[in-house]
Design a protein around this ligand. Sequence first.
Ligand code: BES
Ligand code: MN
Length: 461
Amino acid sequence: MPAAYQTAINYLKTNRPRFLDELIEFLKIPSISTDPNHTASMLVAAEWLAEKLNRTGLENTQIISTQGHPAVYADYLHAGPHQPTMLIYGHYDVQPPDPLDLWMTDPFSPAIIGDHIYARGSSDMKGQILASIFALESIFKNGSLPVNIKYLIEGEEEIGSPSLSALLEDNRQLLSADFSLNLDAGMAGPDLPTIVTGLRGLAYFELTVYGPRQDLHSGVYGGVVKNPAIALAEIISGMHDSSGKITLPGFYDDVIELTAEERRQFSELPEDDYFYLVQTGAPELFGEHGFSAAERIGARPTLDVNGFISGFTGLGSKTIIPSWAKAKISTRLVPNQNPVSVRQSLESYLNRHAPAGVTWELVAMAGGSPYLAPDEIPGRQALISALKSVWGKNPIFKREGGSIPVVNEMKTILGIDSLLTGFGLPDDRVHSPNERLHLPTWYKGIEALVQFLYNLSNHKD
Ligand code: BES
Ligand code: MN
């Protein structure tokens, strides 16, 4: 390591309180991409980031407008043509904080309790974005950055990145790089540094079932029409068989089955089924028969109902037959499935199995393709060494169940792979009430990134 490395690490340590203050500032901005009432906050968050990147020493900062929420670009390209160029990806948008009454503290008034900071977006992924910026800052302040960096931070990841493929296509040259660093994939535990080798894709739908023209008196009309809530429940209950397999026609056609060697690797992961029982708090685990929990998350497709609404849901009772019922239904996809064929599978299931007496409408929402990393990605060895030196052990390699649509799009449009890692933990409650970030792990992460940046350079001292 160059001499500047140690000064950068010392700088990191003395600046922790200010890093925390800046994280708090960023977390206060309610950048909820899916909520039309928060559009103004999206721009505030993008501008906050652009300003932060500028002050850190990045250049050519731009807020790139899209059909939806803007993205932020910045670069530092002075390390020379013989040094690698890394495109750091991030998303500044967050999931809605609901249900609000389950939060111990306000989701947009960050609170430090013990070793954690609590706020929506703290782990997923404002803390991760700032970890990379603080790592760069500590290098800039104590020497020069030995590699070329570009940043792309979007505002629509949590809604499936609908504007991103157009943005990548329109800016191929601007975004060209040797590989991408994506800190949105997390780690398996505070003492388990992780490189994520695969992600699932997503196909998300809204299914509405219509019955009578309006809600009807359930005594006056009960017995003569099909109840849309019951019809929707029947439709949904037929989507799995008793062994947990999905019954949509052709749904598994493109699924690549696990090899014996891959199954062996899954069996060696530190998380056993009991780990998932503890994490979820469910009375027992459930899923496709014949696969372990880790396999079902990393390498098997799933179908879930994310929300279900119909009829009278207020206090007390009201005797009606609802006029409609709606469910939010999503599938997680594995290689080589894609959201378009899954939509066809779902439509053909509905054509065959929707009961008589109702009509239905299907609207496709967020989507993204799965990703499987190749063994060779530039920077991979540099990242392994950095994680190893900070945590004192080799990282584990793991396929994850979450989705990050940009990863496949960068591969197909920009031709680059992503190094997937991050400092979010399984118990950070991402997308749930009381989301939090484990600060000791965050500080270690920043240190690992400093080391990674030096490792990446072709001229090691
Ligand atoms: N950071 C997550 C994805 C993730 C979680 C990757 C855990 C690896 C491990 C990301 O912000 C996310 O939540 N993505 C959405 C994407 C979707 C809306 C297209 C998801 O997975 O639900
Ligand atoms: Mn997320």
